[in-house]
Design a protein around this ligand. Structure first.
Ligand code: SF4
Length: 466
């Protein structure tokens, strides 16, 4: 099939530079205007984002963080959704100079999981308590080609362990053709996720030196092909550290605006990976545009204010401290107990075959406990995707605030399921207290739903959701 859009002509670099230059020294009145606009939960435009990106004054930064925290609380409440990356392979046909998986890195031991090994990984994740995985690998399919991916998805969904199973598979693989995306949709994936890494064409060319990924436009138009094929939950991301973060954040806004114009809905999630050291990569240890912690927190807060209904994903690249800080600023999804080497869950070994170094090495149970201790509700819910609440339907539901009425009880019942089936004694005690406090704080109608669902879970029913 001929793929319709071959150039990302929505990306207007000159406009981004002009908007950034105009906002260089924003006066406090303008900053407050932008924060007041964000408080109405309607999102921000590029000029607003540029204003917030230029804020350096500590007082204004605190105001911005407080505004992001209010938006996060109002839309999402205390929920933090959990997932685990599942690496199927570390072979790659590309040469991304910052990545341990790049083709020429002979220091890396290569591994492609067989379907049986993939099932063993899935079983290990289910036994930890996971319900949602992100299927991911280097950008080359094993010898079976694209078929491998479809078989992998089928295999993961087929694994049942006692009361557990994987209920949602999100996918992060190399850009596909529209026809392949159609097959991916038919395989019942949740979100298709693809990071442009950087929208700066020059930087992109310097760091993606060979392989199909060197074609900026093939990658930048992949989400269009996915959406043309009917995948309406898509995830975007920037690898912060490659180029100027202000430029890349505004370019991300242009990408989202383009999707909204063309398909009536933007992206479901945004990931904010920050460059970490990777085996054999000097660039990864010395990022060209270092994003320090203060700017990284700003990025999270700005995105939360700019696209309030889009999930923000934080991986285990970041330390527990940074992860905790950014929950308040807007992060709504995290991974826990992750391994970034294929086979790392079933056979935990030194991560010589990993894509990058992790900042958070805790087990899922420890991360869950930490989240609950911080007064938040770890959620393992997968209801929306299974009820068909995706794409524009999800946004229609989310915008009037229903997200809290539905997702609140769903988070609690899925957390209770986790605590009963997989939680350690200490985590269970903390989690039960967090659940009781959250139910007590609910509106009467929502509390009623929640109590009914909790009763079912305690009686042994599983996968209870609205
Ligand atoms: S970033 Fe992705 S495409 Fe690039 S070398 Fe690593 S695995 Fe391959």
């Amino acid at each position: 099939m001929l793929d319709t859009m071959m150039r990302a002509d929505w990306l207007d670099e000159a406009a981004i530079h002009a908007t950034l230059a105009q906002a260089e020294r924003p006066d406090p009145v303008r900053v407050r205007e932008v924060l007041a606009k964000a408080a109405e939960l309607g999102g921000l435009d590029a000029a607003d984002v540029a204003v917030l990106a230029a804020v350096r004054d500590p007082e204004a930064t605190e105001e911005m963080f407080a505004a992001a925290a209010r938006v996060k609380e109002e839309i999402y409440g205390p929920r933090i959704v959990f997932f685990a990356p599942l690496y199927f392979s570390n072979i790659c046909a590309n040469e991304c100079v910052y990545c341990a998986f790049r083709r020429s890195n002979h220091a890396l031991e290569r591994k492609v999981l067989t379907i049986d090994e993939l099932k063993a990984e899935t079983a290990a994740l289910i036994d930890q308590g996971h319900k949602r995985v992100l299927l991911i690998g280097g950008e080359a399919f094993p010898k079976e080609g694209f078929r491998y991916l479809l078989d992998a998805i089928e295999a993961i969904y087929s694994v049942k362990r006692g009361r557990g199973e994987i209920r949602r598979i999100n996918v992060n693989v190399a850009p596909l053709t529209t026809d392949e995306f159609r097959q991916l949709k038919a395989a019942h994936i949740g979100t298709y996720q693809l990071f442009q890494e950087t929208y700066d064409r020059d930087v992109y060319a310097n760091v993606h030196v060979d392989g199909r990924k060197a074609d900026f436009d093939w990658r930048a138009t992949a989400i269009d092909r996915a959406m043309e094929a009917g995948i309406d939950d898509v995830g975007l991301g920037v690898l912060y550290g490659l180029a100027d973060w202000r430029f890349d954040t505004l370019a991300l806004m242009q990408h989202i605006a383009h999707l909204e114009d063309r398909f009536g809905v933007g992206c479901h999630t945004i990931s904010v990976p920050r460059m970490e050291p990777a085996l054999g990569s000097d660039v990864a240890s010395h990022p060209p545009h270092v994003v320090d912690d203060a700017d990284f927190e700003k990025i999270v807060a700005i995105l939360r204010l700019a696209v309030p209904y889009t999930g923000l994903i934080m991986s285990t690249r970041e330390t527990p401290e940074m992860r905790r800080k950014t929950f308040a600023l807007g992060v709504s999804q995290i991974s826990g107990g992750s391994r970034t080497n294929p086979g790392g869950y079933a056979t935990p070994v030194a991560e010589d075959a990993a894509q990058f170094e992790r900042g958070d090495h805790r087990s899922l149970d420890e991360v869950v406990r930490d989240v609950a201790e911080g007064g938040r509700i770890p959620s393992f819910c997968t209801a929306c995707y299974r009820m068909g609440r995706t794409g524009a339907d999800f946004m229609d539901l989310a915008k009037p605030g229903l997200i809290r009425e539905m997702c609140g009880p769903n988070a609690i019942s899925s957390f209770a399921e986790y605590l009963i089936d997989y939680g350690s004694e200490e985590t269970r005690a903390l989690g039960d207290a967090a659940i009781a406090a959250e139910i007590a704080a609910m509106e009467p109608k929502t509390r009623h739903y929640s109590e009914v669902m909790m009763r079912k879970v305690r009686q042994g029913k599983r996968d209870v959701y609205r």
